[in-house]
Design a protein around this ligand. Sequence first.
Ligand code: 0O2
Length: 271
Amino acid sequence: MEIQLWREILTPYDLAVKELIVKFEHLIYEHRSQGLYSPIEQVTGRVKTIASILDKAQKKKIPVNEIEERFVDIAGVRIICQFVEDIPKVVDIIRRRTDMEVVKERDYINHMKDSGYRSYHVIVNYEVQTLHGNKKIKVEIQIRTLAMNFWSTIEHSLQYKYKKNIPDHIREKLTNAANAIISLDNEMSSVRSEIMDAQNSFQIHTKLVSDILNNLQNLYGVANEREVLKIQDEFYRIYELNDIDQLKRFCRELDIIAEGYRVQSFTTEEM
Ligand code: 0O2
């Protein structure tokens, strides 16, 4: 098949990957902006390269004209989580969505591959709208922890380097590393609530400071400069106390002051 034709075939897959990355990243944003813990930490995606498609087709003896129908991972999205416990939550989010339909699931976490590979795969049907109309395509969503991703990225590069014939002594090290990853994920899970609390406080703190600075910036345009400078000094004083409750109280009070100025400016405009 001509390269140009391949490019055309792959265009909807590229669109699907881009759309899904935006959608999953927006879920992270929605969680965080509501002060909630996001089970999704990072999202990446790729369209399989033509070389890799042809390689796999040759190995699996799939005729070129059946590739689109039989390949499930031309479009691939990878969702990275912090903890193993986040993975079923992400799977559940995917199952409940109406813009994609789960057609297959593969649990390589409870059923680790002989290589040591661990990940949860969900194959979905996803519809994209292209210049030539709607097209339903398959997307493979791989869900795994940061630690699992570290292992599989390294192992994947070694597979590439050794053309899938990784020498025994390296294979043994990879197996040891895969077991260490299981222990690491378990250790992290055992302090999960402490880690989540710490991250949560950090996010609340960041959001409060950002809200306060926004309000202060807006006040510069409408309030008396001396008053704004006084409020700003008070903010610095409270910030140094490193006390989240005081920062929350200050943020609420500043909201009330800012609201007062907003009302005042509306009334002046109306007159
Ligand atoms: P690439 O380069 O990542 O695209 P099957 O459907 O069972 O006939 P298939 O399609 O190989 O065979 O399915 P499987 O085993 O679920 O693998 C799908 C993808 O999971 C692979 O795509 C890899 O991305 C990943 N994967 C599976 N096994 C391993 C492994 O042992 N190590 C690593 N690092 N990744 C793995 P591709 O096309 O093989 O590779």
